[in-house]
Design a binder for this molecule. Structure first.
Ligand code: G3I
Length: 358
């Protein structure tokens, strides 16, 4: 404990510097698992710390990077859960109608099994990254419903017992809290959501089923829309187990209402996860922004810990060099726990402190 509080005191130092100061192994290099001795370990991994409170700490995995030893070592030693960044999306697994390509998704599942990690399935029904045949095809409403439920059934069945949680429906909302006019919503109406959840439950009754979205972390119109939908689904007996809050955040803009907002969803009897955390900044990074980012990562970890039904946090990749952010928001980036060279940033230590409850 003394060491931990000392560590909080050196928040300004990167974990690498702290490591030197304490003469300990570098984060990401220690592949041991917490065999009850984690509490005594001076420089625990993220997963060791998260294990102590019964939470998972996950990362999105870029399939193309798994062959890089540094990348793979951090992924396996620091994280207790993995999410496919792209490999389980509809466009990846069913590029042609009825023809499935599981190679990359299987690789991830097997990586997780080898490293005693959970798998978070992302994502079954989403308006984006659909295969061309689906995005551009014309189908009757009943045909589209069958296409959707077949896809859900096939994918969830394949990983029955191997994927613990699924994002069944992703990003169903507009910013004003109305339902997004995706192909599914346009043709099938809101009932597509219930049907997707029912198909997933039937295919693997043991998997926890989530709805996932962004800009729903704080209270507001979008979050209210999601809340109302979840209430409707529950009252209709639709098998929904949890809500994912993506949390693609901006430095110094962690919503002040995040804890209260996540708590109200938890109070519906649902599991909560932070599903895609990253915290971006205007680049280049500087030490002020990195310290602010570190504090923000810690706040999000503490927010999850404060909610008993918050099962864990997944970061959307761990190295800045792999992040989706600069490609989507030019001039922004440095959003992750590790820098371009996979050196831990101040955010790493702060996030770990937050996960530890310190
Ligand atoms: O696979 C093709 C490749 O064949 C092609 O040569 C290349 C050229 O652009 O594109 C490759 O596909 C890219 C794909 O990532 C795999 O690398 C797509 O262009 C690119 O758009 C895609 O971006 C992903 C994005 O989702 C798509 O919307 C990001 O990696 C991924 O981080 C991001 O993740 C989403 C979550 O799923 C949902 N929430 C938001 C989050 C961030 O946008």
């Amino acid at each position: 404990m003394k060491l931990l509080s000392l560590r909080s005191g050196v928040l300004v130092a990167s974990a690498a510097v702290a490591t030197l100061a304490f003469g300990l192994a570098a984060p990401g290099q220690a592949a041991e698992h917490p065999a009850g001795g984690a509490a005594a370990k001076a420089n625990p991994t993220l997963r060791e710390v998260a294990d102590r409170t019964g939470r998972f700490v996950g990362t999105a995995i870029n399939d193309g990077r798994l062959g890089d030893t540094t990348y793979a070592n951090i992924a396996k030693s620091e994280f207790s859960s993995v999410t496919a960044e792209n490999a389980m999306k509809w466009g990846s697994v069913e590029p042609n109608r009825g023809q499935f390509n599981w190679a990359a998704a299987d690789r991830l599942v097997s990586f997780a099994q080898s490293n005693n990690q959970k798998v978070y399935g992302h994502t079954l029904v989403w308006h984006s990254q659909m295969p061309n045949w689906l995005a551009n095809g014309s189908f009757s409403n009943s045909e589209l419903r069958t296409i959707m439920t077949n896809h859900v059934t096939t994918q969830v069945s394949r990983y029955k017992g191997k994927v613990q949680r699924w994002d069944v429906v992703n990003e169903a909302f507009n910013e004003d809290g109305t339902l997004r006019q995706s192909k599914f919503q346009q043709q099938l109406g809101e009932s597509y959501i219930a049907d997707a959840f029912r198909a997933a439950r039937a295919a693997d009754p043991g998997a926890k089923l989530f709805i996932n979205d962004y800009n729903t972390e704080g209270t507001g119109a979008k979050s209210n829309g999601l809340y109302n939908l979840v209430q409707r689904l529950k009252s209709q007996g639709v098998p929904i187990d949890g809500v994912g809050f993506q949390s693609h955040l901006i430095v110094n803009q962690v919503p002040s209402t995040m804890k209260a907002n996540l708590q109200r969803f938890a109070d519906l009897g649902l599991e909560i996860v932070v599903s895609e955390l990253d915290i971006r900044m205007a680049t280049p990074a500087d030490s002020t922004k990195l310290q602010q980012q570190a504090a923000n990562y810690k706040t999000v970890a503490q927010t999850c810990l404060a909610i008993s039904r918050c099962a864990g946090i997944t970061v959307w990749g761990f190295g800045d060099r792999d992040s989706w952010v600069p490609g989507t928001f030019p001039g922004q980036g440095a959003a992750n726990l590790y820098d371009d060279n996979y050196q831990p940033k101040p955010a790493y230590t702060a996030f770990r402190d937050g996960l530890a409850g310190s």
